[in-house]
Ligand binder design. Structure first.
Ligand code: ASP
Length: 458
C-alpha cells in the first residue's frame, strides 16, 4: 500500500490503480499507467509504468497527478477487464479463414505471451496463450492458424530436452500439411533454440519462424503484434529455413528474418535486439506482406517431408577465458562427465599460453590427448577465429589440437557440438563434422559489411 498521503491524493482525484495518469514535474509531463506499490517499493513513492515499459517513481511531495485520457483507450480498458493471472473465457474471437494457408503456431512462453503484474510491476506469463491472438486479429487475414501450447515457460528455463520436443512438434505439423510453423518463445535464449532446430530438422524446406517480444502485449510500445504479423508472412513465404523474426530497427516499420544459426540477442531491452552475425539477415519483412530478400544464399521452399536428427550428447560446456581465468575449471568439468567444450577465446581465438601463470593451452592439450574436443570461438562475436595468424594461435590449434570455430557463434557451436557428439566419439571425426557447414552456421568468407549496429549496412 502507498502511504496515507498518496492514498489521500488518489482518492481526492478519483484515481485508481491501473488508471492512465499524467504526472507533471519540473515542467515535464509523464504519461503512463499507475502501478500499485511494488513489493519492495517505498510507500511514499508513487510508481508509474511508462509506455516504453519502464517504471518511474515520484515522491508524494508536490505530486501533481491527474487522470489522463489514454492514448490507447482500448488497450487500457481491456487491461482493466483482466484479473491478475486470469484470462477471460472465450477470449479467442478470431475466426480463421479455411481458405488461407494453414500455419501452426506453437506457443512456448516468454514476454510475447506475458502481461504486466500490477502487484509487483514485473511481467508474468498468461495462462491462456490465445490472448496473444486476441491482440493481433490481423493475422487472420494472412494465415489459417492452428495454435497449440507445447510448453509454457520463460526461455531461461529451457534445455536440450525442450529443443528436442519442439523439433518433434515442428516435424509433425509440417508433415501434416502446414505451410509453415511459427514458434513464439522468450527472447533470452531464442537463438539457442533456433540453432538447435536448425540442426535437428533434417531436409527442412519449409519456414520455421521463431518470434518473441521485448515488451509484453499490453504495453503501447509492444513489439509482439508486428513480430507476429511479420512471422505470419514469413511462414507462408518461399524461405525454407529456420530463422528468427523480430523488429529490424527502432521504428515499427519492418522485421528481419535472421538465419537460426546466425542470430544473436545483442541488447537486453531494445526491440531490435537481434542481429544477424557475420552474414546479412535473410530478408526484410514488412507488415503489409512485402518481403525483400537481403541474403541470396537461402534454401527455397520445396514440398518435401522433414526428418528428425535429434540424437545428441548434452554433456557439453561453454566456457569463457579472460585475463587471470583459471583453466582448472576444465578439470572440474571433465571429472563431472563433460565430454566436449566450446571455449570463448579473445580476438582471433587467443587463450593464455604457457607464458602466463594459468595456461589454458596446456590444460587443453592434456585433455585433447584424452579425446576431449575443444572448439574455440571468439568473444568478439563478430569475425572469424583463425589458427594461422599468430604463433600463439598455432600453439593452441596445432600443438593443443583445439578446433577453430570459424565464424560460428559460441551459442551455435555449443548446440552443434552436442549434436556432433551424438553422432561420433572419434576425435578426428568430431573435428571434421565441426568444420563442416550443415545449417549455414559457417560462412566461407566473412563479408566486411555484415558488421553493423543497425543490423545491415545499406
Ligand atoms: N526472460 C524472458 C524469456 O526469455 C524474456 C523474453 O521473453 O523476452 O523468456
Amino acid at each position: 500500500m502507498y502511504s496515507h498521503e498518496i492514498q489521500r491524493i488518489l482518492k481526492r482525484k478519483r484515481i485508481r490503480i491501473g488508471d492512465h495518469v499524467l504526472i507533471e514535474k519540473a515542467r515535464k509531463r509523464y504519461f503512463g499507467l499507475l502501478m500499485p506499490k511494488p513489493e519492495f517499493g517505498e510507500p511514499g513513492t508513487i510508481v508509474m509504468k511508462l509506455d516504453n515499459g519502464y517504471n518511474i517513481g515520484f515522491g508524494a511531495k508536490g505530486l501533481n497527478i491527474s487522470k489522463a485520457k489514454s492514448e490507447e483507450p482500448e488497450a487500457v480498458e481491456e487491461e482493466m477487464e483482466y484479473e491478475l493471472g486470469k484470462t477471460k473465457k472465450g477470449l479467442l474471437k478470431t475466426d480463421f479463414d479455411p481458405k488461407k494457408p494453414k500455419v501452426s503456431l506453437l506457443s512456448t512462453g516468454g514476454t510475447i505471451i506475458s502481461r504486466v503484474d500490477y502487484r509487483t510491476g514485473g511481467v508474468y506469463a498468461v495462462e491462456n496463450p490465445k490472448e496473444l491472438l486476441h491482440n493481433v486479429p490481423e493475422i487472420a487475414k494472412i494465415v489459417n492458424l492452428k495454435m497449440t501450447n507445447p510448453l509454457n515457460k520463460m526461455s531461461e528455463d529451457f534445455d536440450h530436452e525442450d529443443w528436442i520436443s519442439l523439433a518433434k512438434h515442428v516435424a509433425k505439423e509440417l508433415n501434416s500439411g502446414k505451410k509453415g510453423v511459427i514458434i513464439t518463445h522468450g527472447t533470452d535464449t531464442l537463438h539457442y533454440t533456433s540453432a538447435a532446430l536448425s540442426f535437428f530438422l533434417k531436409n527442412l524446406y519449409k519456414p520455421v519462424v521463431l518470434a518473441g517480444a521485448q515488451r509484453s502485449s499490453d504495453r503501447g510500445s509492444s513489439d509482439a503484434g508486428m513480430n507476429l504479423v511479420c512471422a505470419s508472412h514469413v511462414a507462408i513465404s518461399n524461405i525454407g529455413e529456420v530463422g528468427i523474426c523480430m523488429h529490424g530497427n527502432m521504428s515499427d516499420n519492418f522485421c528481419y528474418f535472421i538465419r537460426g544459426t546466425k542470430a544473436r540477442k545483442m541488447h537486453a531491452t531494445r526491440r531490435d535486439a537481434f542481429r544477424s552475425v557475420n552474414e546479412p539477415p535473410l530478408a526484410k519483412i514488412f507488415p503489409d506482406g512485402k518481403i525483400e530478400i537481403t541474403n541470396r544464399k537461402f534454401r527455397e521452399r520445396k514440398d518435401k517431408k522433414v526428418g528428425l536428427d535429434t540424437k545428441i550428447n548434452e554433456n557439453v560446456a561453454l566456457l569463457k577465458a579472460y585475463p587471470g581465468s583459471d583453466p582448472k575449471v576444465i578439470d572440474y568439468y571433465v571429472k563431472n562427465g563433460i565430454k566436449g567444450f566450446v571455449v570463448e577465446a579473445t580476438g582471433m581465438g587467443h587463450l593464455p599460453t604457457d607464458v602466463s601463470k594459468k595456461p589454458w593451452t596446456t590444460v587443453i592439450k592434456k585433455h585433447s590427448e584424452q579425446g576431449i574436443p575443444f572448439v574455440i570461438t571468439s568473444q568478439t562475436i563478430y569475425g572469424r577465429v583463425s589458427p594461422y595468424v599468430y604463433t600463439n594461435l598455432r600453439k593452441l590449434f596445432i600443438e593443443s589440437k583445439a578446433i577453430p570455430g570459424e565464424d560460428m557463434l559460441s551459442e551455435t557451436a555449443y548446440v552443434k557440438l552436442m549434436w556432433v557428439l551424438g553422432k561420433t566419439k572419434k576425435f578426428e571425426e568430431i573435428r571434421k563434422l565441426m568444420l563442416t557447414n550443415y545449417a549455414g552456421e559457417i560462412t566461407p568468407r566473412t563479408e566486411i559489411n555484415t558488421f553493423s549496429v543497425e543490423g545491415l549496412n545499406e
